[in-house]
Design a protein around this ligand. Structure first.
Ligand SMILES: C[S@@+](CC[C@H](N)C(=O)[O-])C[C@H]1O[C@@H](n2cnc3c(N)ncnc32)[C@H](O)[C@@H]1O
Length: 215
């Protein structure tokens, strides 16, 4: 129906990017992302750059430039002021993580924050990240996902279909650790904890650094 279509496009194009910006720039979320993003070096690929909330966290002396991969035009529009203020150059890539338009082994650092939950084909996207990362490169991540307690997992599974609809495809229950291991990454650092003031179904965090598995 046209009305539903107009409401949906207003939600996806304006309201949702605004909400993402509020949440992803909040003090609590930024303090977690600040544990990994300053470690980025060289040519950086940020997957699902959203509204550019992470740009203030990069160390401009260590980063050459950032490829900001973001498939949503609404997010890229909302990102304008953060990109203008950024001390590091941003080169937009307007494709999804499943189709990274870069050469093999061309990226020094991949940054993945609050995004793996929303990528429809997470396996293909991580395989693509594996392909473009240099052999000595690193993947910095800060993602929410599957909680360890069975009673929390039960609610994550129950609420997931509804949450996906209002949260831009976000899954509450992605098992981040096994997703990364399954696609050929190994952990150099992996921290897991609940965010202090978030509901447990959405606040179980995985953050740290991974690299390509060596067989
Ligand atoms: C919750 S936001 C996080 C934004 C940002 N990473 C941050 O931490 O502030 C999730 C982002 O993933 C993006 N996204 C959704 N599907 C994607 C896909 N297939 N590939 C890459 N990004 C995707 C969304 O457009 C959105 O910008």
């Amino acid at each position: 129906m046209p009305f539903n279509g107009a409401v949906m496009s207003l939600y996806e194009g304006k309201i949702f990017p605004y909400l993402v910006n509020r949440v992803c720039s909040s003090e609590q979320v930024m303090s977690l992302k600040a544990k990994v993003i300053p470690l980025a070096t060289g040519k950086v690929l940020e997957i699902g750059m959203g509204t550019g909330a992470n740009l203030s966290l990069y160390n401009k002396n260590r980063v050459e430039f950032i490829w900001g991969l973001e498939p949503s035009a609404g997010m890229r529009k909302q990102a304008c002021s953060n990109v203008e203020k950024s001390a590091v150059e941003v080169k937009w890539l307007d494709l999804p993580g499943e189709k990274i338009p870069l050469e093999n082994e061309s990226v020094d650092t991949i940054v993945l924050t609050f995004t793996l939950c929303s990528i429809p084909d997470w396996k293909l996207a991580l395989q693509q990240m594996h392909r473009v990362l240099k052999p000595e490169g690193k993947l910095l991540f800060c993602e929410h996902g599957r909680a360890p307690e069975v009673n929390v997992q039960k609610w994550q599974d129950r609420l997931n279909p509804f949450w996906k609809k209002i949260g831009g495809g976000c899954h509450l229950n992605r098992p981040i650790e096994s997703c990364l291991k399954e696609t050929g990454f190994q952990f150099d650092d992996l921290q897991k904890m609940y965010m202090a003031s978030a509901p447990r179904i959405v606040g179980y965090m995985y953050y740290g650094q991974a690299s390509l598995q060596h067989f």
